[in-house]
Design a protein around this ligand. Structure first.
Ligand SMILES: [Zn+2]
Length: 287
């Protein structure tokens, strides 16, 4: 069974023998709500999207995994931020509960973004308290509920769950200073959100396919892996970022010729994870 909350999210359930593998793509949504009322250029706003990441992992359900995708854009509300990671200066009025703004909020990239990118404010207005509360209730809460349920269901059935939180990162290959040249970045918050074997396995599969992989550099993982990852309870959660220049034109937002190859390699990664999960469930033997 699969389902959708229109404009909010969809969940695609396993179409083959189920495995305790859950993938989610929280930032690939492109359905911009009518009440967004942003005032920055749309093409700058869109750079916040992890465009097409859900499509890169589209083979997950036919291989026995669950795949969840947000339909709303991350610039409207970021499900990868805690509900108290909010900038009170964005809000017109008094926020009804205590706030704990992180360094993400301080740089304008919190729960509700202040900037589309550095120096480009998204709004020319303050947001009403009710407006932000409505975004939380309509988008943040159901996203986490559906992800929690999928991970809990798998964990109940198998005693273990491996969750991959899927993202893409702006390419900085051409940056003169401070640029990085890496294809994938894995983040387990310095080894706290999954067993080290899981991170090592994903890194090895990608490196064998010729990609460069960093671990816990630049992107360590944020709210979603923090919420899902309880390795001592066999709940493993890993963030994976892929360089956008491998699959899309970052100016036109069109897929690039590299899309098909990357998608095939990610399907290969999911197949490898299927073997990994099968072997672990069989007490270390290959299924
Ligand atoms: Zn992302």
């Amino acid at each position: 069974m699969s389902f959708e909350i229109p404009g909010v999210l969809w969940r695609r359930d396993p179409q083959a023998a189920e495995l305790p593998l859950v993938f989610d793509s929280p930032h690939s949504g492109t359905s911009y709500p009518e009440d967004f009322q942003f005032s920055c250029p749309f093409d700058v706003l869109r750079t916040a999207e992890d465009t097409y990441v859900d499509e890169l992992y589209a083979a997950a359900p036919e291989l026995g995994a669950t795949l969840i995708g947000a339909m709303f854009p991350r610039s409207y509300l970021d499900p990868n931020r805690a509900v108290d990671d909010l900038d009170s200066a964005l809000v017109d009025g008094t926020w009804p509960s205590p706030l704990a703004p992180s360094h993400k909020t301080r740089s304008g990239l919190g729960l509700v973004r202040r900037v589309a990118k550095s120096g480009v404010p998204i709004y020319d207005r303050k947001l009403g308290v009710d407006e932000v509360l409505a975004r939380l209730e309509r988008y943040h809460t159901p996203y986490h509920r559906v992800l929690d349920e999928a991970c809990e269901r798998a964990h109940r059935k198998f005693g273990v769950v491996w969750h991959l939180n899927c993202h893409s990162m702006p390419s900085q290959r051409s940056a003169k200073k401070g640029g990085h040249c890496v294809d994938f970045v894995l983040g387990d918050r310095d080894g706290t959100t999954c067993a080290p074997e899981f991170t090592a396995f994903v890194a090895q599969v990608l490196r064998e396919r010729g990609y460069t992989v960093w671990i816990n550099e630049i992107y360590k993982g944020v709210e979603i892996v923090k919420r899902q990852g309880r390795p001592a309870m066999q709940r493993h959660s890993l963030q994976i970022e892929v360089d956008r220049s491998l699959y899309m034109d970052q100016k036109t937002f069109e897929k690039s010729p590299g899309f098909d190859r990357l998608q095939a390699d990610i399907t290969g990664l999911i197949e490898a994870l299927k073997s990994f999960a099968g072997a672990q469930l069989n007490g270390g033997r290959e299924p």
